[in-house]
Design a protein. Structure first.
Length: 588
DNA sequence: AAGAGCCCTG
DNA sequence: CAGGGCTCTT
């Protein structure tokens, strides 16, 4: 009897299995995915909210193709007794029903069919031609019923928020009718009529029933039949639906909380600690995450709130960072992203932008009216595209730890030669430490060079909080800065000699401006993208360095093998503090 | 002796 | 940028 429907449902099962692919594009054109995707937990739930999900007219039509009969929502049962197009699929049935019974049965089948219509089937493809074949006499009536359906299909321009309630209303309506069908089954004819008020049932419990229906073969194949069974069975089904809906809603809520809110963002904000006593950080290191010898991360939550907690404070608040903060040079502050989630990269980028906002007093004056009321979310836009790159350190790339690390932690730990394609993996392990340095660490180190040419290991540890400091890591960082200095001094010597050759007579004429060639060379090296606002202090230090070289060379000191050391001594004293933002736990 | 830093090289 | 040798300082 219901073989046709069941076969159809089986087909739909396959479709829905496919539709579980979290592919928004796919969803767009796949009606079944509309029904299935909501079932996907957490991350995929975002897709539902996304405009993609309901954006296309095709999606609209697909959605409604799920329930071609639902549009027949009139309470006038007398006009509903017609064979549905679905009944034509049941050509092999040998029942000798009255036309009225056939019509009712066909309607039920049509409901089922509508619920499980295959992906990409436009409602009109399924429904209209057969209607035209079998329902000529009902043409006027259908025209009266379809508008709700077709109007929605045609209304591709309306927003998701506008459409969604309509979807829900129709889903509800559908199930009222299903209930009506089953209720009428209990009546004399054992066939549906359409007299039951929708108010009989808790509407919201069924808003997604259609979706659930298609997700659970047992419901489709078994429970479906319950609609034609005595009321106790039906009530049981309703109860099942309600139970499932409730549990699913709870699950979704929990998932969404844990996925949308970085796990420890809810932890007490510890930025005060990081800002007010940044240099104490290393003293607290041992309270933080420790990595066991086999490379597995061992997370320890400190007994006392300290740097370890601050480690998980992912987003600095600009307004608290520094009074010198002004608007970024090149990015508008309103470039906000609705959802901000922490990631390895975004953290670095936050830092990076915070640095960018670090300006000198002169710039403060100029930009004081544009002080960023920073929402740290604004930074993610630029950084989410950056993937964790293989560690820079080739030596550590050969670390045996790599092989033993939990794959889930891999992304967070930024192990060498691991290309992390999924930010989601990276984002959800805020307690993890990097075992190695990444290119983002290198970028940060370069930016730090604008403030300090000779960072102490303490400063390095403070600024690279997310790195498990080993001797190797420390020496690598030191080596980086050694290389930075090398380039810096080479440039200085080069330009000093060039100035001498040029015939610059007075040292006071030797200045470094932001438009100078020397500055451009330095900026290109340490700030290649030029997206960081180089602090004026660095420009000043560069000028001093240049003049030191100029004087030394002009005085012939360069004949001394160690003539640069005196200059180094001067320059190292010009080191300034690294801005707090570099230290406040966003070193990645 | 150990470590820091510079220099040179690839 | 990394590796290695070298010098210098502690």
């Amino acid at each position: 009897m219901y073989s046709t429907s069941n076969i159809y449902l089986d087909d739909c099962t396959a479709e829905h299995l496919h539709s579980f692919q979290p592919d928004p594009v796919h969803s767009n054109s796949d009606a079944s995915s509309i029904c299935v995707t909501p079932h996907q937990d957490g991350e995929d739930a975002k897709m539902i909210k996304g405009s993609d999900y309901y954006s296309g007219g095709e999606a609209d039509s697909s959605f409604f193709s799920c329930s071609p009969v639902e549009v027949n929502t009139s309470r006038d049962s007398s006009t509903r007794r017609h064979p549905s197009p679905a009944s034509s699929f049941c050509a092999h049935h040998d029942w000798n029903l009255s036309s009225g019974h056939q019509a009712k049965r066909a309607r039920v089948e049509n409901i089922i069919k509508g619920m499980t219509s295959s992906p990409g089937m436009h409602s009109t493809d399924v429904l209209t031609p057969q209607y035209e074949q079998t329902e000529h006499m009902k043409e006027d009536e259908r025209n009266g019923e379809l508008p709700l359906h077709q109007e929605n299909v045609a209304r591709s321009g309306i927003s998701h928020s506008q459409r969604r309630p309509q979807h829900l209303r129709q889903l509800r309506t559908r199930f009222y009718h299903v209930d009506e069908v089953t209720t009428d089954n209990n009546k004399a004819e054992k066939y549906p009529t359409w007299n039951i008020s929708p108010d009989t049932f808790p509407k919201d419990a069924f808003t997604d029933f259609d979706l659930e229906w298609q997700k659970y073969p047992s419901w489709r194949k078994g429970k479906l039949m319950n609609f034609f069974q005595p009321k106790p069975e039906r009530v049981k089904l309703m109860a099942d639906v309600l139970k499932h809906e409730l549990s699913r809603a709870v699950s979704r809520s929990v998932d969404s909380v844990f996925k949308s809110v970085p796990l420890l963002q809810t932890a007490p904000h510890n930025e005060d600690v990081g800002i007010e006593k940044p240099l104490q950080s290393s003293l607290c290191e041992d309270k933080k995450i420790r990595l066991s010898c086999d490379g597995y991360a061992k997370v320890q939550i400190p007994d006392v709130q300290s740097e370890a907690l601050s480690l998980v404070v992912q987003k600095p608040r600009l307004e608290r960072c520094d009074q010198r903060i002004v608007q970024p040079r090149s990015r508008a502050p309103h470039n906000l992203k609705p959802h901000q989630s922490f990631s390895h990269d975004s953290a670095l980028h936050d830092n990076w932008l915070l640095q960018k906002n670090h300006n000198t007093p002169r710039q403060q004056v100029l930009g004081s009216s544009e002080v960023v009321q920073a929402n740290s979310e604004m930074f993610d836009t630029q950084w989410t595209s950056v993937k964790v790159k293989p560690k820079v350190n080739s030596r550590r790339a050969r670390s045996p730890h790599t092989a033993t690390v939990d794959p889930v932690l891999h992304g967070r730990l930024c192990f060498p030669r691991v290309k992390i394609e999924s930010d989601s993996v990276v984002k959800h392990h805020p307690y993890m430490l990097n075992e190695g340095l990444t290119t983002n660490h290198l970028k940060k180190a370069k930016l730090m060079f604008f403030y300090t040419r000779y960072p102490s290991s303490l400063v390095l540890k403070t600024c690279f909080h997310d790195v498990q400091f080993t001797r190797c890591i420390t020496s690598q960082l030191i080596k980086w800065f050694s290389n930075f200095r090398e380039f810096y001094y080479i440039q200085m010597e080069k330009f000093a000699r060039h100035a001498l050759v040029e015939g610059v007579a007075d040292v006071r004429d030797l200045t470094v401006g932001r438009e100078s060639e020397l500055f451009r060379a330095l900026n290109m090296h340490y700030n290649k993208a030029s997206d960081f606002q180089v602090p004026d202090r660095f420009v000043e230090v560069a000028g001093i360095t240049l003049r030191e070289f100029y004087v030394a060379i002009s005085m012939g000191k360069d004949h001394d093998p160690s003539w640069k050391k005196a200059i180094y001594k001067v320059i190292c004293k010009l080191d300034g503090d690294v801005p707090t933002e570099f230290k406040s736990h966003q070193s990645r």
